[in-house]
Design a protein around this ligand. Structure first.
Ligand code: NAD
Length: 288
């Protein structure tokens, strides 16, 4: 079994991006500028935005975080988005999800200029991605593909079982892996799938993105399978200073010995997600 080290891959890609940014600066060009909008005080969202800010610094991007109060109205947020769409100093921006209940997330996503939509959530980017056209691909699916590429894991003709059909992970990664170049035969499972365990057990590659801690157990995994664990669940742990620890969707200790490759949680897909956001931002800068 080989551990897929997301931190190592992320560090390698981070160095590549930093080199490109240094070259841009040497040519006298402006560095890429990423803006994150954070509405409210959700703990996990604050952590994610903090990581994104730190990563921007590491690759040489300019980064701005707009912190808005939880009671910000939808109209005010739409105004902010319009302002960023028209700001020539901003190459890409993201609105950290989830948003407070009184704001319609879909409306917000659709208000973002697709050319600055570095999260790849706008329907135009999703549509282009599905058609195999150049697009901003959302960060987590792209991060998963980068891990498979880095470890040269064969995908052509392999049966890939994706558990989860969300718009940000399951559905796009299932689509991408079915496309030319990856050439997987893909099965997408969800909460209504019958005989889930039997289906998962036929997967040469299993991507778990359902958000249920340690759901995937050894009996569901074919010997030699590649297992990519996307799930992140906070589980109370009094021994940790934070009061919790992060757990994936895969019961790592019993599944790992059966696999050819497996991602840990944390340190697998997580670090890649941020790097893919940086890759999209660099591309947004280059396209402008
Ligand atoms: P989601 O809740 O939007 O979607 C979960 C999907 O899983 C749904 O499509 C649902 O049908 C399916 N599902 C739920 N219960 C199931 C069951 N018992 N059997 C089969 N399918 C089931 O979640 P999401 O946003 O796609 O995120 C999934 C997980 O990945 C979460 O733990 C999230 O925190 C994590 N995540 C991690 C990263 C990262 O960077 N590593 C990024 C995004 C999401």
């Amino acid at each position: 079994m080989q551990l897929i080290d997301g931190k190592e891959v992320a560090a390698a890609l981070r160095r590549e991006i930093a080199t490109e940014v240094a070259e841009m600066v040497a040519r006298g060009e402006r560095t890429p500028h990423l803006v994150a909008i954070l509405v409210g005080n959700d703990g996990a969202s604050q952590t994610y935005v903090g990581h994104k800010e730190k990563c921007c610094g590491e690759v040489g991007f300019r980064s701005t975080v707009l912190r808005l109060p939880a009671e910000t109205g939808e109209a005010d947020l739409l105004d902010e988005i319009e302002r960023l769409n028209g700001d020539d100093d901003v190459d890409g921006f993201i609105v950290q999800l989830p948003l407070p209940k009184h704001i319609d997330e879909q409306k917000i996503i659709e208000a973002i200029d697709p050319r600055k939509d570095v999260d790849g959530f706008h329907p135009e980017n999703v549509g282009r991605m599905v058609m195999g056209l150049p697009a901003f691909v959302s960060a987590t699916p792209d991060g998963i593909l980068q891990l498979l590429r880095y470890y040269k894991i064969p995908t052509a003709g392999k049966h890939c079982v994706v558990i989860g059909r969300s718009n940000i992970v399951g559905r796009p990664v299932a689509n991408l892996l079915s496309q030319k170049g990856w050439d997987c035969t893909v099965t997408m499972c969800h909460s209504r799938t019958e005989n889930l365990a039997e289906v998962v057990a036929t997967g040469d590659i299993v991507i778990a993105a359902l958000g249920k801690a340690e759901f995937v157990i050894a009996d569901m995994i074919k010997p030699g399978a590649v297992v990519i664990d996307v799930g992140i669940t906070r589980v109370p742990d009094p021994q940790k200073k934070s009061g919790f620890r992060l757990v994936g969707d895969v019961k790592f200790d019993e599944v790992a010995p059966k696999c050819s490759y497996i991602t840990p949680v944390p340190g697998g897909v997580g670090p890649m997600t941020i790097i893919s956001l940086m890759r999209n931002t660099l591309r947004a800068r280059q396209l402008r």
